[in-house]
Design a protein around this ligand. Structure first.
Ligand code: MTE
Length: 323
């Protein structure tokens, strides 16, 4: 049952006014205000059927490098304050609706300029490298941040396995876009499927991981199960969820957000407090889970605090032009 009658919707499933206002603000800022109400409808309809996957411990996990010593954001915030438009555009929609995604069996298709253009199952992917815990600072373009203990492995391991040819300069990532599992895909808030891209040297950087879990457990559906990208020096939208394809290309891929609004979202999307979003400053951020509305905003750091590790990737580039 995809469309519920109004009487099927429990009062607790109706979007709180505050969350609705926030979603509207983000859609308007993304230049998508006109279709906001269609998104709201899709966010509400699926909630009654949802069977979230059971939480399962992941083991063994080794401590990875680069952990921040900042306090992790509480699990409850990490898993209920999400952007995953395939399940609705409110921050609370993904945690209520994403249980309809079928994450097993799961395969990823590796395509394009690679020697090993193949489909690889999630189980085989997990054999490529040991699982590591990576506690990363994350910064969203909307002006908030979190600290998340991810579980995953370096994206570089999958790239090594794929063996890109000499032509490959970029990797494009593509999310699942199945309207039967993802009610939000019926609403044209973005040009589905969700896509993102990295330059090959960025993708090979040891900070970039493919995550399969957080807080020592399997990835909750709303956080991009079963496999998502995590690139901690870039704005959160680069962290594409529920990945089904990686395509190695010579040409720079165009991401969903660039297609939606190229004036506001560039290919690089490096966290840069000196480059304002066209309609708001990026100088500061609000840490989710810290003391409500009146919490002190903290200064946003260049490359989200990872400048020492990734700065050399952009040596000589004008980071205002390549935002
Ligand atoms: N991936 C897909 N497929 N669909 C999305 O809507 N939203 C992006 C990114 N990946 C998104 C996505 C945005 S805008 C952000 S901020 C992060 O996911 C949020 O990740 P989180 O909910 O795990 O914090």
């Amino acid at each position: 049952m995809i469309i519920s009658r109004p009487s099927d919707i429990a009062p607790s499933e109706i979007t709180p006014r505050e969350a609705y206002a926030e979603r509207r603000r983000f859609l308007q800022t993304a230049g998508l205000g006109l279709i906001a109400s269609a998104g709201l409808a899709s966010g509400l309809v699926q909630a009654a059927n949802v069977q979230p996957q059971a939480r399962r411990k992941l083991a063994p996990i080794v401590k990875g490098p680069y952990a921040t010593d900042e306090k992790p954001t509480p699990y409850a915030d990490v898993t209920t304050y999400n952007n995953f438009y395939e399940f609705g555009t409110d921050k609370s929609d993904p945690s209520r609706n994403a249980g309809t995604i079928r994450t097993r069996p799961w395969t990823v298709s590796v395509e394009g300029d690679v020697k090993r253009a193949k489909r690889i199952s999630l189980d085989d992917l997990l054999k490529l490298a040991p699982l590591e815990e990576r506690i990363y600072r994350m910064r969203c373009v909307e002006g908030w941040s979190m600290v998340i203990p991810w579980v995953g492995f370096p994206l570089a391991r999958l790239i090594e396995w794929a063996e890109p040819t000499g032509n490959a300069r970029y990797v494009e990532f593509i999310s699942l876009a199945d309207p039967d599992q993802m009610p939000g895909v019926r609403v044209p808030v973005l040009d589905w499927p969700y896509t993102e891209g990295l330059r090959l040297d960025e993708a090979r950087h040891p900070l970039a991981i493919l995550a399969v879990g957080l807080y020592g457990e399997t990835l909750p559906d709303q956080n991009g199960a079963p496999l998502r990208l995590v690139v901690p020096w870039k704005y959160g939208f680069k962290g594409i969820k529920s990945i089904v394809s990686l395509r190695f290309t010579e040409k720079m891929p165009v991401s969903s957000w660039m297609r939606a609004n190229s004036r506001e979202y560039g290919f690089y999307s490096n966290v840069n407090p000196e480059v304002d979003h066209p309609r708001w400053s990026q100088a500061t951020e609000r840490r989710i889970g810290e003391g409500g509305l009146f919490n002190r905003r903290r200064k946003t750091l260049m490359f989200n605090g990872y400048a020492d590790q990734v700065g050399q990737l952009y040596a000589g580039m004008d980071l205002r032009k390549y935002f």
